[in-house]
Design a protein around this ligand. Structure first.
Ligand SMILES: NC(=O)c1ccc[n+]([C@@H]2O[C@H](COP(=O)([O-])OP(=O)(O)OC[C@H]3O[C@@H](n4cnc5c(N)ncnc54)[C@H](O)[C@@H]3O)[C@@H](O)[C@H]2O)c1
Ligand SMILES: O=C(O)CC[C@@H](O)C(=O)O
Length: 399
């Protein structure tokens, strides 16, 4: 299996891919047209990326079968184009959650004690205990979480260790789960903004979450509250946040920015990072040795399972619902030709097959095929399947 790795990747992962028999091309700097050229030249089956963007031009440049996002968020991959081209996309969920939660808490503590400003002043020869001695403290302050997936969930025990009550909004959070976690479920992001002293955002970026937190949300936050975003810059309205920092004294810790560079080094100077009260980091949430090792292990596992079985762990772009309207169940003797004849009959009737499986009973004498089709098979189609010598019976189940 040919694998192109187009981002920095833990060396243990490169070694493990080679050990698994893959031909590995490592091009951590390949971006944009250079990446298109690499895919065309290396003709990889699998592309592994971190923040490197994978637009349709990259997907279409070679015989790719699988793109592995060596991380959690896959908004940088044109998933719709991959689906059209029949290319699997998978990610490594949960493998960097702790690292990101650690950074989010580092930002929260840094905002409270203004650590970056302390350091900058001391380096400039200024001693100012009078100013930096003013901090509110975190104990007893309410942490509000927006999104309670892998990272949001990892925030909860950390907040509890700091003595911070947690309120949260997440689309799938139930009262039962909230009670089990020892947190309070709220009905909307705005309610979180109203009730929290510190808000931390952990949403995936997609069509529904883009710009979700805008001027209304920041208006609902308490004066002087802290806002931390380690998810994606585009989830928030950055100018609206900047206005709230200026107008109501919010402090913000931002690891991610709209239109940030996808590579390791670049010129980048968004206006918001110049505001007093805003601490920016360089999208380093996942960048710990522990997390990158775990990510590399998972990416290698995905490639290995794909090579050995043809199935893809953590795939994110398979249809959850197909237009299938019924299942045709065929109990048959396990002999050549049964499935071909069955599919011929289905095809002649103009029915579109959506999903199918064939399971064999112990001993290998008999088997059952289940074929989900779009449309309703008439009695004549069922009969055309049933008359085959090796078919035992046929059943049609509506979905
Ligand atoms: N700063 C970093 O280095 C870094 C590292 C890892 C992940 N991230 C970002 O953080 C995000 C969250 O990571 P995670 O591991 O917790 O992912 P996750 O998939 O476990 O959680 C995603 C959360 O987003 C919510 N969500 C998704 N679509 C939604 C929608 N349409 N409406 C409302 N909620 C929606 C989910 O319900 C879930 O709560 C990632 O998608 C990624 O963008 C950043
Ligand atoms: O690979 C990185 O450094 C960032 C990863 C992060 O944004 C993710 O979504 O997992």
């Amino acid at each position: 299996m040919r694998v192109l790795v187009a981002d920095s990747f833990d060396s243990s992962g490169l070694d493990a891919l080679a050990k698994a028999g893959c031909t590995v091309t490592y091009r951590p700097q390949a971006k944009d047209q250079a990446l298109v050229n690499e895919v065309a030249a290396a003709a990889p089956d699998v592309l592994i990326v971190r923040s490197t963007k994978v637009p349709e031009a990259v997907l279409a440049a070679g015989p790719l079968k699988l793109v592995v996002r060596a991380g959690a968020g896959y908004n940088t991959i044109d998933v719709a184009a991959a689906s059209r081209l029949g290319i699997y996309v998978s990610n490594c969920p949960g493998k960097n959650s702790i690292a990101v939660a650690e950074l989010a808490f580092a930002l929260i503590a840094a905002l409270d004690r203004r650590i970056a400003d302390n350091v900058a002043d001391l380096r400039a020869g200024v001693w100012n205990k009078g100013e930096y001695g003013k901090a509110r403290g975190l104990f007893g302050r309410t942490l509000g979480l927006i999104g309670l997936g892998g990272i949001g969930s990892a925030m909860v025990p950390r907040a509890q260790a700091f003595g911070m009550p947690v309120v949260a909004w997440s689309r799938s959070l139930t009262d039962e789960r909230a009670a089990a976690l020892g947190i309070t479920r709220l009905g909307s992001p705005t309610e979180v903004a109203e009730q929290a002293d510190v808000v931390s955002v952990h949403l995936a970026l997609n069509g529904e979450t883009r710009g979700l937190l805008g001027a209304d949300f920041f208006a609902a936050m308490r004066d002087g509250a802290f806002f931390v975003n380690t998810s994606r810059g585009e989830v928030i309205d950055q100018p609206a946040l900047a206005a709230a920092v200026r107008d109501k004294g919010l402090r913000a810790g931002l690891d991610v920015f709209a239109d940030e560079p996808s590579g390791g080094q670049a010129e980048f100077h968004p206006a918001i990072v110049d505001l007093p009260g805003v601490y920016g980091t360089h999208h380093i949430g996942a960048s710990t040795d522990q997390a990158q090792q775990a990510i590399a292990d998972e990416a290698v596992r995905i490639v290995r399972v794909f090579a050995e079985t043809g199935t893809v762990p953590n795939v994110v772009n398979l249809a959850r619902h197909t237009p299938a309207t019924c299942t045709v169940v065929i109990r048959h003797l396990d002999r050549p030709g049964v499935l071909a004849a069955t599919l011929d009959a289905i095809s002649l009737a103009g029915l579109n097959v959506q999903e199918m499986e064939n399971v064999v009973f112990e001993g290998g004498e008999a088997a059952v095929a289940r074929i989900n089709v779009e449309g309703s098979p008439q009695a004549a189609v069922v009969e055309a399947i049933r008359v085959h010598d090796n078919v035992l019976d046929v059943q049609v189940i509506g979905l």
